[in-house]
Design a protein around this ligand. Sequence first.
Ligand code: ASP
Ligand code: MG
Length: 466
Amino acid sequence: MLVVKFGGTSVRDATCMAHVAGLIGDTRQRHGPLVVVVSAMAGVTNTLFALARAAASGHEEQARGMLEELLARHLATAGELLRTSEELGQAQQAIRTVIEELSRYIRSIALLGEVTVRTLDLVAGAGERLSCALVAAALRERGVPAEAVWATELIVTDAHFGAAEPDLEQSRLRICERLRPLVERGTVPVVTGYIAATPDGVPTTLGRGGSDFTAAILGACLEASEVWIWSDVDGILTADPNIVPEARTLAELSYADAATLAAFGAEVLHPKTVAPLMERGIPLRLLNTFRPEHPGTRVVSQPQAEGPRPPAIISTHGLSLLGIAGNGAAWTPEVAGRALSTLAKAGVEVLMFSQSFSERTLSLLVRQADREASLAALEREFGDDLRAGRLSKVAALSQVGTISVVGAPGGHGAGIVPKTFAALGRLNTPVVSVSQSASEYHVSVVVPEEEVDATVRFIHRELDAQ
Ligand code: ASP
Ligand code: MG
């Protein structure tokens, strides 16, 4: 049995969903039974976070506007995708039910004037329920028996809202009990990625990009023969092909190496995906929905490839650097602890942080989408310190991106750090912040957002040539 997962861009509109339904049908014919996992349509999860935060900060009307857009987008997709009045009617009903539920959450959040991480999970997971209903309906219309299944029924997690940890033993029982009978009678389960629930049924999420992890959990618990993750690129590449046209696909990687690349932000793979598969030796494939003939990247325990892989460059856009500055001697190490826990409570993921040695400032890297919520939370937390002059400022400093260079593991990757800095020096790139892990074969730098692409192209060319 295969587990196949489709990301948000693979299901971003009716045309893509129809294509995905065709791909699922073909894969089933060629490889036998499978379980499907889907993400929310591209951009939907971001909108859900934005609307919850708008409602919490007194902009209920704005939140309702965003909800209307979500309703319109999903109804339009259903209208274009589905032909039979029965499937269309059912899908419209499913969409309305989810939207009405969201509408009630918006009201409650607006009344309270705040949103907890627990409520954020309730709201954020709605996108997967919507896309899942559409993909299942599209499959049935194409003659593939399919049933939408919400992973809140399947995956049991702890109550760490925003990035819950699954309990694989408990989940296995539920997954096998619910999915095996479906698969045995020839039905394709179409499972919501990203969402799960605590043992007593309170909805949680697995963290942003967590649908890959859902696929790995299902694959491990069902002892799948392979797990395939379909996105809009040809697997894991030496750089983002939209930035570096000559970037090459890494044909084969070890589990450990793939996990490292994912941890550095390789968008195609959620970092937690690898471990459950590695433990059971289940191969993982990363494929392109829009180029299904491309072999993509295969992740296995013993890569057969000869020689070390080239260094991979992973870049991220759309980040914001926040700064907290002390007032001379008043700085205490406790500021960092408070800042990090405040942001965690606000449901914001801090991607990198650093404390300067001499200036007594702390900088925190967050997604631009989280910037306003982060600043509001930090201003609340440090309001007294600012008023009393213990701190001099809490502010958004600049819009930035990150570039990470990850060399091949072992001796081959050594020297990546000086080579990267030499290239940055030759290009004269202004480096805002640096983070180097304990290992000598990876390094990450923060640069102004507008410098990211040109810098990535330059480093890729320089390192490739050496
Ligand atoms: N829809 C979720 C997100 O945007 C999960 C995923 O796409 O994997 O983070
Ligand atoms: Mg993803």
